[in-house]
Design a protein around this ligand. Sequence first.
Ligand SMILES: Cc1cc2nc3c(=O)[nH]c(=O)nc-3n(C[C@H](O)[C@H](O)[C@H](O)COP(=O)(O)O)c2cc1C
Length: 357
Amino acid sequence: MPGLDELLSAFDFEPICFANMTQRNYDYMAHGGDSEFTLRRNREAFEWVDLIERPGVPPEAVDPSTEVLGIKLAYPIFIAPSTRQRDCHPDGDAGMYQGATAAGTPMILASGSSIPIQRVAEAATGPRWSQFYPIENLTTAREQLELFQTHGARAIVVTVDQQASNYERDLHDRNLGGSPRPAGGRGAAPPRPTRGPGQYGADPRRFWYSWKYLDDIRPFVKGHLLVKGIVTAEDAKICVERGVDGIIVSNHGGRGLDYEPSTLEVLPEIVDAVRGKIPVLVDGGFRRGSDLVKAMALGASAVCLGRAPRWGLGAFGPAGVQRLLEIVQSEFRAAMATTGRRTLAALDRTAVRTNFP
Ligand SMILES: Cc1cc2nc3c(=O)[nH]c(=O)nc-3n(C[C@H](O)[C@H](O)[C@H](O)COP(=O)(O)O)c2cc1C
């Protein structure tokens, strides 16, 4: 197995992470919805955006720093929220937080973190937000939001997407022997409900959302409130009108509705609709520094990384997260230098040429 210092790009961490995990846990992380078209499209979209080389600036003269909702960032990078980080490494979310803090990267902790938030909070000191899935009962919602904020979440990210999800990759694993299927025991496919959304393979917890819910929970959020899962200009405008403090353009890493467009494709129209009123973050398929430069040129305020830092965690624990982030940061700086941009303010749409189909 190669050592940490031998890895050259985020992609190099994935096979090592894979080797350290069960097939079943790896596939939970890797899968997308249905035919996984959107999962693939999130990556393909980077091939439809060219970077334009200009007279360069020395990489050490590049200043990629910015500020997002009161957080000063050396690079415009966040860790996207994701569940089951203990699948990757025993330190789970606490290890992710340590590695992220060591690389100067804020983390968004998933509401369903595999380590209790109290223990994650003790693991490091960097800026941290908490992600939250709408809970219909407002008393329960308030209690969960209070818990997150008491333990240091500086902002709340409300995830509004992933209304349904059918992960055929996991079903094939069961059926084709990728993981054992003891009858009725651990690892067995749960029987499909005969009533409600579950009978259609849909998550029964998520079919009641309305925009008004954001108003309902707003009094429970002391700091900033962001909405994650926006893929249209129309919804972005609604968020601005409702007083949301920021949005994350996301299709849940291709884990929700299949055949949604890639996030990179819809980013420009969303940026145009928001007109600089609130920060527009984006996630979905980001692996290389040059990927991030493309999104920043198209108007993103910052980029969130989902699977990539999990590969770092799975391969080498917190040190792997830190190293992977440092590689992406270094690539980002180099790509900015080659496009001749000294600051993020100078990184505008003339730095790219889009060839979306
Ligand atoms: C294993 C896994 C679990 C996830 N869990 C959550 C979650 O609990 N809440 C959430 O808002 N997003 C969740 N996401 C979506 C990520 O926040 C993010 O949108 C996505 O991973 C970005 O795409 P990328 O993995 O290609 O970077 C999860 C993603 C993965 C891969």
